[in-house]
Design a protein around this ligand. Sequence first.
Ligand code: RFL
Ligand code: PHB
Length: 389
Amino acid sequence: MRTQVAIVGAGPAGLLLSHLLHRQGIDSVVVERRSREYVEQRVRAGVLEQSTVDLLREIGLADRLDREGLPHHGIALLFDGVSHRIPMSDLTGGRAITVYGQQHVVRDLTEARLAGGGQVYFEADDVTVLDVTSATPRVRFTVGGRSTELECDVVAGCDGFHGVTRGLLPASARILEREYPFGWLGVLAAASPVDDELIYAYHKRGFALASLRSPTISRLYLQVDPTEDLAEWPDQRIWDELGTRIGQDGRTVNEGPILEKSIVPMRSFVCEPMRHGRLFLAGDAAHIVPPTGAKGLNLAVHDVHVLSAALSHWYATGSETGLDEYSTTCLNRVWRVQHFSWWMTSMLHRFPQHDAFEQQLQRAQLEYVVSSPAAATSLAENYVGLPWS
Ligand code: RFL
Ligand code: PHB
């Protein structure tokens, strides 16, 4: 089998890349380890930046997003029992975020790609990438017991944090990372949301976040110990803890059946550079941010936007300039977003090693952000997403 671009991973990065390339007349094949049902049901991100939504609209993939997505113009920061609204759109010339589940993005992208004749191989075992420093890399995989070798010009490593492609980078590649001494316990529940807008709560028992997916579905998170056992968190304990941390300033956490729950560790991670020969990493394969800034999916979208433009330029002109600049261009945004995600995380969580001094610093920072238009604007412009350059 032969294609121009072999894409490893059918998450948001891989599927969107395949679409963007197709629009530019470039052929690709997507190879995914999991089943279609699994990837379409994986509950993850929920916040899309303005530029992400703009791109999906531009390429005609936003019908359902425009019908079902919830545009948000502000968020609340809740601390010391009082909530403060950051009017994001007012502070950013009308930019906004849209709440729309990542699994819906993945479902929409998969449906449209398959309807457009795209090749996506699900349940691919033993995915192996070979010869990325040659002009003809190959991807080997097995589907339904049949092994296949895919020859290509370029491999896009869109296989997430636990994928295989990052491992092909040479020893000279740098890994820069931070682990945080906490994780997030996330639940999806059939309960009406606490509010129309997201609430980020700083509380002495730990951070909590009230988000949503629809007028009847809540998405809620609690800061917990990263080694916490989910079995120790029966539903009622989760509701009680959410009530304590978020149910303040006249707000009520509405309870309902919990549809899904999980605990995720929190880390910041960057792999530099994001390229080796004909292998280009994109999305979580190259970088992870703690979810407090709601940025991971949006960064993945930016990466593949840059990569598709560079590949298109290369195929059209033979010039490698765009490909050579790919890693630097992406890492510029990655580091801005790393800083924002680290800053939001540091401001809003309880760190076990902090004493009263550091806690007062966090409070001072929160007070400043909610009282200074300059500080609030800085949060807002990063949260809705700085414009793509
Ligand atoms: P993905 O989504 O992990 O997709 C990678 C795909 O590659 C497959 N794969 C392989 N396929 C073939 N061969 C192999 N050897 C393979 N190994 C893996 C996997 O099965 C998978 O299908 O990476 P991608 O496309 O880079 O997308 C990144 C996003 O998923 C991620 O950044 C976000 O979910 C992060 N995130 C958020 N991002 C936002 O922009 N806004 C948010 O509100 C937001 N909230 C979140 C989040 C992540 C969270 N968790 C669970 C970590 C909230 C949470 C709780
Ligand atoms: C979500 O709705 O899943 C969500 C919202 C905001 C975040 C992270 C996740 O910062």
